[in-house]
Design a protein around this ligand. Sequence first.
Ligand code: ATP
Ligand code: TZP
Ligand code: MG
Ligand code: MG
Length: 270
Amino acid sequence: MKLESIGKLLETVRKRNPLVHNITNVVVTNFTANGLLALGASPVMAYAEQEVADMAKIAGALVLNMGTLNEREVEAMLIAGSSANRHQVPVLFDPVGAGATPYRTETAQKIVRELDVTLIRGNAAEIANVIGEAWEIKGVDAGEAGGDVATLAKAAAQKLKTVVAITGKVDVIADGSRVYAIHNGHPILTKVTGTGCLLTSVMGAFAAVEKDTLLAGAAALVTYGVAAQLAAQKTADEGPGSFQIQFLNALSAVTADDVHRLGVIEQVGL
Ligand code: ATP
Ligand code: TZP
Ligand code: MG
Ligand code: MG
C-alpha cells in the first residue's frame, strides 16, 4: 500500500465532501461533527427510528458507535444499518466498551450478527470481546492485558468476514488475508476523549469514497496519525486542551505531502 494512494484518497475526501451519518454517543457528538467538518467531510447525527433508514440511504457512510447505548438507540442502529446494507452504503462500527458489561458485549455481538458491517474499529480488548475472546477491559479504555494485536485483527477479520482495525500505540488493520501496521499518532491522543470515536467516523469518510475498505481504513489511520503528530508538535507541551483544538486545525490542514513525509505503514507477514 503506497503513501501516494493514501494522499490521493485524502484529496478525494475533500473534493467529494461525503455525507457521514453518525449514530454516536453523547460524549463525543460535537467533537465528531467538528472533526469531520475539519477534514472535509459532511457530518450528520440522526437517531430517530422514524428517519434513520432514510438518512442512512442518502449517506456516503453510516457510523454506529455504542458508547452510551440504550435500547432505543440500538434499535435505531439496526434499522439504519439494514437500510445502509440494502442501499450499498458502507457501515462502520465502533464497539465502545465491549467487554466492560454483558449488555455492551451482547449488543456488539448482535450488531455484527444482524448487519453486514464493512469495517470495525476498536481497541484490542473491544475487538477480542466482539469475537467472544475474554480480554481485560476497564470502562471504555483498553486494559493492560497483552496479546498479539496483528494476529487478533486477522482472526477477527476472518471470523466476522469484514475489515478490522485495532488502534493503540501501533494501529493494525486487517482483512481476511492482508495485515498492515501503522506507526503514526501521538500518546496525547489518549488524553482527549473521543479521539477513537472520531477516528471511526473519519474512517467512514474515507470508506464513502473508496470501495477497497482496507485501503480506505489504512488511509484514514495514517492521515489521522499524521495530523495528530503535526498538532502535537505545536501544543503537546501545553496539554490536552490546546492539543484538542490544534488537532481540529491539523485535520483541516494536513496534506498529501505531509502524509508522504510522515506516514509510516508496513505490511505484516502473518
Ligand atoms: P482506548 O479507549 O483504548 O483509548 P480509543 O477508542 O480511544 O481506545 P485509541 O486506540 O486511543 O482509540 O485510538 C485513537 C487514536 O489514538 C489512534 O489514532 C491511535 O493510533 C492513537 N493512539 C492511541 N494510543 C497511542 C499511543 N500510545 N501512541 C500514539 N498514538 C496512540
Ligand atoms: N464514556 C462512554 S463513551 C465515551 C466515554 C468516556 C467516549 C469514548 O471515546 P473514545 O474515542 O473511545 O476515547
Ligand atoms: Mg484512546
Ligand atoms: Mg473508543
